[in-house]
Design a protein around this ligand. Structure first.
Ligand code: ZN
Length: 179
């Protein structure tokens, strides 16, 4: 951030009185601009034991596979965001079954909230942000072609739960891949 969104003056980075972290502070109008993690809402759409994945048509990671997910919009709930992303990216109509995973990605200040979604019909097609959309049986998931570590982590746990016949809520952190 370079300029104050309230008055347009340049901001500086400093620890405000009574705080313990540096913030963007406007010295003209004294506004403190807090920055906080963003929530990504996602959905694993299920149909007859298969799950619906989308091949990304946009950067980053264009050409790789993911379940529908995206940043929440102002004014919507996490479930609404997951449903909206599923409709936009895969044109699939799902009913939210349960919260499946909450993964923090502290290195990029994101939190993923992933729901299980029951498809109301086997109808789907690629949305504007997808190259293609396809149902995958667990043994056909394209593990080497998944878009992000958090997608890999979520689906790995999902497949393990599926094999054990018991879905539980997963909470944890996903770190950046080692270089
Ligand atoms: Zn200002």
């Amino acid at each position: 951030m370079k300029f104050c969104s309230q008055c347009g003056a340049p901001v500086i980075r400093k620890v405000p009185p009574g705080d313990n972290l540096p913030r963007f502070v406007c010295e003209a109008c004294q506004a403190i601009h807090y920055q906080n993690p963003k929530i990504v809402a996602g959905c694993i759409p299920e149909w007859n034991g298969s799950i619906l994945l989308c091949r990304r048509a946009i950067e980053p990671r264009s050409g790789l596979w993911t379940f529908p997910a995206g940043f929440m919009e102002i004014g919507e709930s996490a479930e609404q965001a997951a449903l909206r992303e599923t409709l936009e990216e895969a044109h699939a109509d799902v009913e939210i079954a349960s919260l499946y995973a909450v993964f923090s990605l502290p290195h990029i200040s994101q939190v993923y909230m992933v729901f299980r979604g029951l498809m109301r019909s086997p109808d789907f097609k690629a949305g504007a942000e997808s190259l293609e959309v396809q149902l995958f049986a667990p043994e056909t998931i394209p593990w080497g072609l998944l878009a992000f570590p958090v997608i890999q982590e979520t689906l790995a746990r999902y497949v393990r739960d599926l094999e054990q016949g018991c879905f539980m809520l997963h909470v944890g952190s996903v770190m950046p891949p080692m270089r």
